[in-house]
Design a protein around this ligand. Structure first.
Ligand code: ARG
Length: 458
């Protein structure tokens, strides 16, 4: 019999009960629900809204329920409407009338808003910790490859020489921004909606500030209608996670390319790759492909939340029950992805020699050749044109700029000398790019220090 049965003269249709019920997916908030109820009961007792003895009985009963759920002694009833109803009913079953007083000055509308916020606060911290670990893995790997020359690309065409460390540090910076966004999302999640009631507050002399302290929130939601109908924090978190997944999917895509025979820049550890059921030679980068695929799913979760909230009149509407599956899926997915990505990244073998060989092809030192002429006094546009003609000549002769004979250089400009070969060597090209943020080993070392330093702030 549901708690609200008094108003009804018929039992609910079983299909409606199933359709309405959210316990399958909100049971995971049992701990937050109990902690929230304990704080509420404490405050009710302190304010004299219920008897101190009832408040104590409620708190004991709730603690018992918590330990029984955790030990597996108490199982969730799939027929219950939601986790809130389940726990309240269980409490009343155990302690009788005192249990029926718990819901004084409270509604499920502010209760559910409280539970999700508390649940997500913990999740945000966990995700941020995982991202930190991933950044550490990336910077450690970068530290080992400060001198590993590889081609940098634009339009997926070889463009200019960089190092593997430089390339990796681009991801470290993206991930650092993800942590910033997570911390920022936390701020707006960390507000207490309890005390908003169903929508219009309450006539009881509650003390929201006290509940706020007890549950460790930084402030209370300032308007009761907003308190029960705000799901911005879910949308913000889904959006933060979507951006994070986008970063992981770009990284994944590169790893997929890098371990193809066409690139062969890396080799995945056998424990982090899979084979084919028919092609014996195959070693597939399934993890990264799945991360790419799961990114779509998280974008879907964000879209669900945005669409679900669109046009909803104030205050609570049942549509909002749909928030949980979407945000829980986003949170679960990103944690799973990062936890698998970290060991995959730290165990892969970097094939530095193949990276270097790829960098030696594709005339990626052409800009440096033009810059050589600029240093000899030519305007950049003239130097650019001469170098373009040189590249054309190299293609005709089937050589590279490094192996093109000096007389060919001289045909195009007197300014060329023997020292051109040193100026366009891959090492010079990389080492001389000392600009802040650039690929020279010192520059990248500074980038690593910056990221590690900033991580300490979070
Ligand atoms: N299970 C509901 C949810 O997740 C709890 C709030 C129900 N409130 C109500 N007035 N029906 O949103």
């Amino acid at each position: 019999m549901p708690m609200w049965a008094g108003r009804f003269s018929k039992e609910i249709d079983e299909r409606v009960n199933d359709f309405n019920s959210s316990i399958k997916f909100d049971a995971r908030m049992y701990k937050q629900d109990i902690q929230g109820s304990i704080a509420h009961a404490t405050m009710l007792g302190e304010q004299g809204i219920i008897d101190k003895t009832d408040s104590e009985k409620i708190i004991d009963g709730l603690n018992q329920i918590l330990s029984d759920i955790e030990s597996g002694e108490l199982e969730f009833d799939p027929a219950a409407e939601d986790i809130h109803m389940f726990i309240e009913a269980e409490l009343t079953k155990r302690i009788g009338d005192a249990g029926k007083r718990l819901h004084t000055a409270r509604s499920r509308n502010d209760q559910v808003a409280l539970d999700i916020r508390m649940y997500l606060r913990d999740e945000i911290v966990e995700i941020a910790e995982l991202v930190k670990k991933l950044i550490k893995t990336v910077t450690d790997l970068a530290g080992k490859h400060l001198n590993t020359v590889m081609p940098g690309y634009t339009h997926l065409q070889r463009a200019q020489p960089i190092t593997f460390a430089h390339h990796l540090m681009a991801y470290a910076n993206m991930l650092l921004r993800d942590i910033e966004r997570l911390k920022d999302t936390y701020k707006r999640t960390d507000r207490l909606p309890l005390g908003s009631g169903a929508l219009a507050g309450t006539t009881y002399p509650i003390n929201r500030q006290r509940v706020c302290e007890l549950l460790g929130f930084s402030e209370v939601c300032q308007n009761s209608l907003d308190g029960v109908s705000d799901r911005d924090f879910c949308i913000e978190l889904a959006s933060t996670i979507s951006i994070l997944m986008m970063h992981l999917s770009r990284f994944s895509e590169e790893i997929i390319m890098w371990c193809s025979w066409e690139f062969k820049f890396i080799e995945l550890d056998d424990a982090y790759a899979t084979g084919s059921s028919i092609m014996p030679q195959k070693k597939n980068p399934d993890i990264t492909e799945l991360i790419r695929g799961k990114t779509a799913r998280v974008y879907g979760d964000l879209n669900t939340l945005l669409s679900m909230m669109k046009n909803l009149p104030l205050a609570y509407n049942k549509d909002m029950q749909e928030d949980k599956e979407a945000i829980f899926d986003a949170v679960d997915t990103v944690k799973l992805c990062i936890s698998t990505f970290i060991p995959m990244l730290s165990t892969m073998t970097v094939l530095s020699e193949n990276m270097r060989q790829a960098a030696a092809k594709g005339f990626i030192n052409a800009t440096d050749c033009a810059d050589y002429l600029v240093k000899k006094g030519l305007p950049f546009r003239d130097a650019y044109k001469i170098t373009g003609t040189l590249v054309k000549r190299c293609i005709e002769l089937g050589v590279t700029l490094e192996t093109l004979p000096l007389n060919e250089y001289k045909k195009l400009s007197d300014s060329f000398d023997e020292d051109v070969y040193k100026a366009i060597s891959l090492e010079t090209c990389v080492n001389e790019r000392k600009s802040q943020g650039g690929p020279s080993p010192d520059s990248v070392k500074a980038q690593i220090d910056y990221v590690i330093d900033n991580l300490k702030r979070y």
